[in-house]
Design a protein around this ligand. Sequence first.
Ligand SMILES: [Mn+2]
Length: 393
Amino acid sequence: MFSITALRSFVALSISLATAIRGQEWSVYAESPGLNAAVPFSSSVLSTFKEPWSRESYGLPTFAAAPPLRCIGVDSETPYDVAVLGSPFDTTTSYRPGARFGPNGIRQGSRRIHIASVNINMKSRIADDLDVVDCGDVPMVYTDNKVALRQLEAANKMILDHTSLRTYEGKSIAKDGKFHPRVLTLGGDHTITWPLLRGVSEIYGPVSVIHFDSHLDTKKPGSMPNSPWNPGEEIPVSHGSYFYFAHKEGLLAPDNKNIHVGIRSAMTSWGDYVNDYEVGFVVSHAEEMEEIGWRGVVKKIRDTVGDNPVYITLDIDAIDPGSAPATGTPEIGGITTREIKKIMQGLVGLKVVGADIVEVAPGYDAQSELTQIVAANIGWDILALMAKSPLVE
Ligand SMILES: [Mn+2]
């Protein structure tokens, strides 16, 4: 039988434990006369908003509980180290659309991870090393791709042009010698990487791209034999050709110091590989996960990018559709979630100047939110990579 006294002591113990665990934030609750739901939103609590949202809160779904910030609006002078930026855009897809809801979906999938939790795999607690904020989504029009991509480019540039909250011993790798915030963009279809690369290359010069994908995405515009098109009309950028344009602009590191990881899709022709090499990549096929293992793949990546500034772009279709079905162009035989975590671990120390996770189309996800959870956890590992590698020479 459960006595009232025993129940009282159990409650008292629970409260003191909770107070000890949750610290100051909980004490605001405890001192309130009764439960006051307004307390977490009061100015006294919000004034400490540099701290992540509490673990217990399932309120506003920011990425990994990073505090929300109007980075491009009224809070544009508030300094931080990493901006999470949503890019709701999917009108250059070749097959199933829906990635415009990716930013929202990845945030939703991130509710159980936290920038203040210890990432055991990466041996990092992100919040110790970086002030991460969630800037929300860039307003992007759905009626004109060129305008939409310019809107993203402008927003990204406004963030990058700031100096970061933290500075470090040693010389910054940025061309101006200053320390700038880094951006983790949540896409969006893969074309968004083009304007994002314009942003980082302006700050750091051409970057080595580590591109996780099942497709090359370097297609030469014009080679669209299976697509209806009027002869003579300009063929615009798509999520299969943006790297071609980025290469033409000199945004990619020269001498084939860029790498695809996870490639396994059908090609239009063997010539796709010739074109891909000219664009500046080397290829690691998905089957290499079996042939040389994640250690071999990590070595190949590190040998390729060397000491260059690195931009990581991860198409969720790099991951096997068994673990990440909610994407526009799924391909079987992909990377497992365990392999991608080992690869991320193997990239510690690289100078990651920016990153994106793209092609998450939540409308095709399972009720379990599986793809969104996978994408969110990879984003958490990428933030840990940034936390472990200050951008110093
Ligand atoms: Mn892609």
